[in-house]
Design a protein around this ligand. Structure first.
Ligand code: HT7
Ligand code: ZN
Length: 860
């Protein structure tokens, strides 16, 4: 397969000002006619027009209304040589949406037809220059059977509709905004719609519609509220108003990712739209808020200002994740939101950055762009944007956003333009900062401090690991915590903290008039996506955990302390010894259990130990069984030491009234679940009975599913009973069935693989449906102890599934193949099994470019 390089970018040779598309839906095919107003790009000297196409049956080509055969058909190209400077190109193709199992382009799902064009799906609908820097105005007309497909939707405004012979109808839409073809969307389906409206600050009335499978209107209220909150937030925070008369969200059960920001016609995975207290958890409600906001925010960051090429993907994704994170922090709980972000980064992005798929936030090359919708592009990209805000300050960041839109509205630009707007608006030189976009890997920052009591001076030394592009500009937010737990004021501090700019390989920072030896609180609020190394004593960590005024660093101190102890215990267990746990932890945990309702969510985070995948990154060679045993041993130790306290806290946090997904009551539920989890580590009949009781009597999915998840970690009768009952109750709710599959695949039980294998043959599972694949197979691939089984059975199982899935949906298969990323971290025997499994995939006949790229990099 061909590698595409950023360095090879050239502007488009032809521009397409308008696109008129007509789609005629027939029972087993669709005929697509496209009329393109093409003109030569005066800035580029090129003779031929090269159009992209994939799986299109070409019926005709015309130039200025005259049918022509003067074209060359390549494997995936249509080349027209000697064309006029300005002309109208018309093509007619036949496509087969019912056979499109890749879910890219136009495809069939239950209730009708849907599109997914990002990144390169439009070429599966019509011949086109499928690249984001070709922006056009679209008009779309759809024809279909009226009874079967009553909703005919596309981007922009409805302009006309009518009926045709034989029970058919048509509708035309016009999008006033020029857009790249990846934002094109069409829906022809039988759907119910929840309507509402939103009045912008300047008085524009926007008609809102959420379209869902018939009978599910009662599951749309939360998404509608989230949409209106997002619209309001973007006006308040960035002065950005909706530029549309119609904003529609359509939910579909077959979708490769979370959602898609098509202009005015977002298409969403049902998982991020449908919610009702009895079928959705607190996390589902919160995720819906975030994803609805994310897609809405793209309307400016991505749609109005788009990417010049796919190497700039983080321009829209990193910035939009940053915006949805800030929205989430404002409407939920800022402290807990930041902790979730960092947990996610450490569990997903740090391993990616240390593995075979490591790439810069702006990659230099790719084989298959769909493989680069990664944690690095999205989450590290968001951290990079956040660092700019930390370095230049919130007010300057807002000016930078204003300048970015002032300069580039309606354009397709690069990450350089974004950073230039920030630099110009703030007066900061961000030249060195650009290296964050250019080099992969997680930087390490080594910190050490020396206190001089005579001079009352504290000197902090910060040193960064060398990157391939040279030193980075790293914002390190710092405070000094005194022995009494209070932060010490120092010169230049605001609220007793400051942002240090680490720009050299090693730098010293001096703090004067420090009367007592301080404990430094470093990298507050996780001010940069780095690994911070500082030789904290256990006592110092306990002090920070108790007193740090930065909530993130309080949590961080607890994670460091617990992580250190678990890793020591892992080593002991590997050597055949029993782990020993210090009593100090008991008092800390006990203190957290006495929290108020307002701080319950935060306490739940402190009491949740770092995950196995995150801890594994700190080991040279991972023994997953020992790591798993060590982590569980600590949980059991704490549970036994504090049984009464956990029980009292569990009882104190019993539901107060009817369920509501607000942050405070969600925090109570989160802490109560943590308590139940610890209590069930003691593994007595009475705690399993308590879990079963919660499972049976909960009036909401959060509590019901939490109890199920705790029980599913064991193989007790109660566990079997709850799993069977859960499926009996919910087998007709696909999103709840996903939870049932996921909770079994994530179980630490020894028989998990056998159960997952059996579930692949269960009527509830469908290899064609991405949500089912993610719920069962990807959850198993993320089950650290079971996927990395010593006998290689986990690897062989997943490899076979990847091969089977690749023939159906290469995008999803390649996401699944990412579970193998860290295979080289394990012992020689496991590595041999993993290598054999990867080779098996690599040699599979007809393997897609998508999976091949992932597997070749893993083996490379
Ligand atoms: N921008 C959207 C990306 C997306 C996507 C990419 C590849 C294949 C399928 C896809 N579905 C959606 C999602 C987002 O980040 O908002
Ligand atoms: Zn996005």
């Amino acid at each position: 397969p061909k590698t595409i390089y950023l360095a090879d970018y050239t502007p488009p040779a032809f521009l397409i000002d308008t696109v008129d598309v007509d789609i005629n839906f027939q029972p087993d095919y669709a005929e697509v006619t496209a009329h393109l107003a093409v003109r030569r790009n005066p800035a580029v000297a090129a003779a031929s027009l090269v159009l992209d196409g994939e799986e299109l049956e070409l019926l005709s080509v015309s130039i200025d209304g005259v049918v022509t055969d003067r074209y060359t058909l390549g494997e995936n190209t249509l080349v027209l040589s000697h064309v006029p400077d300005v002309f109208r190109l018309s093509t007619v193709v036949r496509i087969r949406p019912d056979l499109n199992t890749r879910l890219s382009g136009l495809y069939r799902s239950a209730n009708g037809y849907f599109t997914q064009c990002e990144a390169e799906g439009f070429r599966r609908i019509s011949w086109f220059t499928d690249r984001p820097d070709v922006m056009s105005r679209y008009s779309v007309t759809l024809h279909a059977d009226q009874a079967l497909l009553p909703c005919l939707l596309s981007n922009g405004n409805p302009v006309a509709s009518g009926v045709e012979a034989a029970g058919r109808h048509w509708a035309s839409w016009q999008d006033p905004h020029p857009k790249p073809c990846y934002l094109f969307a069409v829906v022809a389906a039988k759907l119910d719609v929840l309507r509402d409206s939103y009045r912008t600050t300047s008085g524009r009335e926007v008609q809102l519609g959420i379209y869902v499978e018939p009978g599910r209107l009662d599951q749309c209220d939360h998404a509608m509220a989230a949409l209106k909150k997002s619209m309001h937030w973007d006006e308040q925070t960035y002065g950005l108003e909706c530029d549309l008369d119609h904003y529609m969200i359509v939910a579909v059960g077959d979708f490769n990712m979370g959602a898609m920001e098509n202009k005015g016609l977002n298409i969403f995975n049902t998982k991020y739209v449908l919610a009702r207290a009895d079928i959705a958890t607190d996390l589902d409600f919160e995720n819906i808020d975030r994803v609805v906001a994310h897609e809405y925010f793209h309307n400016w960051t991505g749609n109005r200002v788009t990417c010049r090429d796919w190497f700039q993907l983080s321009l829209k994704e990193g910035l939009t994740v940053f915006r949805d994170q800030e929205f989430g922090a404002d409407v939920h709980n800022r402290q807990v939101a930041r902790i979730h972000e960092v947990r996610g980064l450490r569990a997903g992005q740090f391993p990616e950055d240390a593995g075979p798929m490591a790439h810069p936030v702006r990659p230099a090359s790719y084989i298959e762009i769909n493989n680069f919708y990664t944690a690095t592009i999205y989450n590290k990209g968001a951290e990079v944007v956040r660092m700019i805000q930390t370095l230049i300050g919130r007010a300057a960041f807002r000016r930078g956003m204003d300048l970015y839109f002032e300069r580039h509205d309606g354009q397709a630009v690069t990450c350089d333009e974004f950073v230039a707007a920030m630099a110009d608006a703030s007066g900061h030189d961000l030249t060195q900062f650009m290296r964050w976009y250019q080099q992969s890997g997680t930087p390490h920052v080594k910190a050490s401090g020396v206190y001089d009591p005579a001079a009352q001076r504290y000197v902090l030394t910060l040193a960064q690991s060398a990157g391939v592009c040279g030193n980075l500009l790293i914002p390190v937010t710092v405070a000094l915590i005194g022995p009494d737990g209070l932060p010490l004021p120092f010169e230049g501090s605001i609220d007793s903290q400051c942002v240090l700019s680490l720009s050299e390989s090693s730098q010293q920072f001096t703090f004067e008039n420090i009367a007592v030896p301080p404990i430094p609180s470093l990298l507050r609020d996780f001010s940069a996506p780095v690994v911070l190394e500082f030789d904290y004593s256990d006592e110092a960590l306990a002090h920070l955990l108790a007193h740090d005024t930065d909530p993130f660093n309080r949590w961080e101190a607890g994670q460091r302390l617990a992580g250190r102890l678990i890793l020591q215990a892992t080593e002991a267990i590997s050597a055949g010894l029993e782990p020993v746990w210090p009593e100090r932890l008991v008092a800390i945990v006990s203190g957290m259990l006495a929290c108020s309702d307002e701080t319950a969510a935060f306490a739940a985070e402190i009491l949740s130990l770092p995950g196995e995948a995150t801890l594994a990154e700190q080991l040279e060679v991972v023994d997953p069984d020992a790591l798993h045993a060590a982590r569980n041993s600590l949980r059991r130790y704490l549970a036994c030491q504090l049984e009464a306290e956990f029980r009292a806290c569990y009882e104190r946090l019993a539901p107060l009234g009817a369920y509501a997904p607000d942050s405070t009551s969600a925090g109570r539920r989160a802490l109560r679940t943590v308590c139940l989890g610890y209590l069930c580590e003691i593994d007595t009949v009475s705690y399993r009975a308590a879990a079963l009781q919660q499972f049976e009597h909960a009036d909401n999915m959060t509590d019901q599913f939490a109890a199920l998840a705790v029980l599913a970690q064991g193989s007790s009768d109660e566990s079997r009973l709850a799993l069977a009952e859960f499926y009996r109750r919910w087998h007709d709710e696909p999103l709840v069935v996903d939870k049932w599959l996921q909770v079994q695949a994530a179980s630490r039980c020894a028989e998990t693989l056998a159960r997952v294998e059996a579930l692949t043959r269960h009527p509830a599972f469908e290899l064609r449906n991405p949500n089912k694949v993610y719920a069962l197979l990807r959850a198993f691939g993320g089950n650290h102890v079971r996927f990395h089984a010593a006998d290689g059975s986990g690897y062989r199982f997943l490899a076979a599934q990847i091969c089977a899935l690749d023939a159906i949906n290469p995008q999803v298969a390649s996401r699944l193949a990412r579970c193998f990323d860290r295979w080289r971290k394990f012992d020689a025997a496991r590595q041999a099994h993993a290598r054999a499994a990867l080779n098996m995939i690599h040699d599979h006949a007809g393997l897609s470019r998508d999976v091949l790229e992932i597997v070749a990099r893993a083996l490379g």
